[in-house]
Design a protein around this ligand. Structure first.
Ligand code: SLL
Length: 146
């Protein structure tokens, strides 16, 4: 009798956005902030060892609002004037692994005085975990390589 050990691999990630006020509203388009939305590993290891691409679905006011990023760093840098929900989809190198879909609320405006005066960058970041149940042997190798 050989007890079967279930294989579960957990990859910690960070996702979120940074934002920086221009200092004034841009006349041409009313934009006020430059911002970046991103997905990365907790320890900054390269997640492209097991992630094939990441899609960021921006607000429809953006041209080509479905942004597919096919290599690291998995991020989109943009400018704008408003906050909105961004749908993030992570695709994996093993096509049998279902893509993971979640949401991030893009935040631009801070009440933190250090951020308002430009002493500190604005970071709106969250921790989460990608949990793989019984991954294929080859994909498990990729997951364990970082
Ligand atoms: C709001 N519900 O009303 C939100 C919508 C839309 C943000 C925010 C500019 C895009 C562009 C932009 O910042 N859109 O000019 O391409 O606050």
């Amino acid at each position: 009798f050989e007890p079967r050990v279930p294989v579960v691999i957990v990859k910690p990630i960070l996702y979120g956005n940074t934002a920086k006020h221009f200092g004034s509203k841009r006349d041409s388009d009313g934009h006020t902030h430059r911002w970046t939305i991103y997905v990365r590993s907790l320890n900054n290891d390269d997640i492209s060892t097991y992630v094939s691409r990441v899609q960021f679905r921006l607000h429809e006011t953006y041209p080509n609002h479905n942004r597919m990023i096919n290599q690291a760093p998995f991020e989109v840098e943009e400018s704008g004037w408003g906050e909105f929900e961004i749908q993030i989809t992570i695709f994996f190198l093993d096509p049998n692994e279902k893509p993971v879909i979640f949401y991030h609320h893009l935040k631009l405006f801070s009440t933190d005085p250090e951020v308002v005066t430009g002493k500190r960058p604005f970071v709106n970041e969250y921790y989460d975990e990608l949990v793989f149940q019984e991954p294929s042997e080859s994909f498990a190798q990729l997951l364990n390589s970082t």
